[in-house]
Design a protein around this ligand. Sequence first.
Ligand code: 5RP
Length: 219
Amino acid sequence: MDATQKKRAAARAALEFIEPGTRLGVGTGSTVNCLIDLLPGVRDRIECLVSSSKATTALLEKQGFEVSTLNQVGALDLYIDGADESNKRLQLIKGGGGALTREKILASAARRFVCIVDDSKLVGMLGSFPLPVEVLPMALEFVSRRLVKLRGQPVWRKDFVTDNRNYILDVRGLQIVNPLETEERINRIPGVVTVGIFAHRPADVLLIAGDQGVRELRA
Ligand code: 5RP
């Protein structure tokens, strides 16, 4: 199976978690795009949808779905999203697509978070994938210097502005031995909007698609 086939397989497996009356949060990225292609098939089980990005909203609307806001819906039953990396504790790095802030909000608002990945995303230790950090534009240099003090090498994602009109720093060189602590430390830097470590709100279920099919890890 190539990477796209694996993404489709993981997305298909996630459909089983959508029960009748589900208030569903939808993530962002190429794996989630495979899910969005399949959602019309389970339309009757979806009570309402909340989106994590403008890109996802556009795709959902193209499929004929009405997209609600989190303020309208309140709580979510289920959030489905991809990830850039996951460890075996289902702690994640997210934000490769730059949607990490809204993704973290929806994941936190959901009773259950199902993460869909191909097997290349499962790692022993988080940090090979450059860690995305969403930053207020006026604090870009200040936050960069603080990240260097933490032994990271931040690189400004040029020509990219988030849906919240902020910037992204992609931080290389961090060995994230303790994801909970690193998430807290980076979150505490003034000017940081969101760090792409999802350790305080890890996934509840990880669906990993590989050549042998889709396997499931639970937190
Ligand atoms: C977007 C994300 C995505 O979930 C992550 O980048 C994975 O994307 P893909 O499914 O395209 O590999 O965090 O902000």
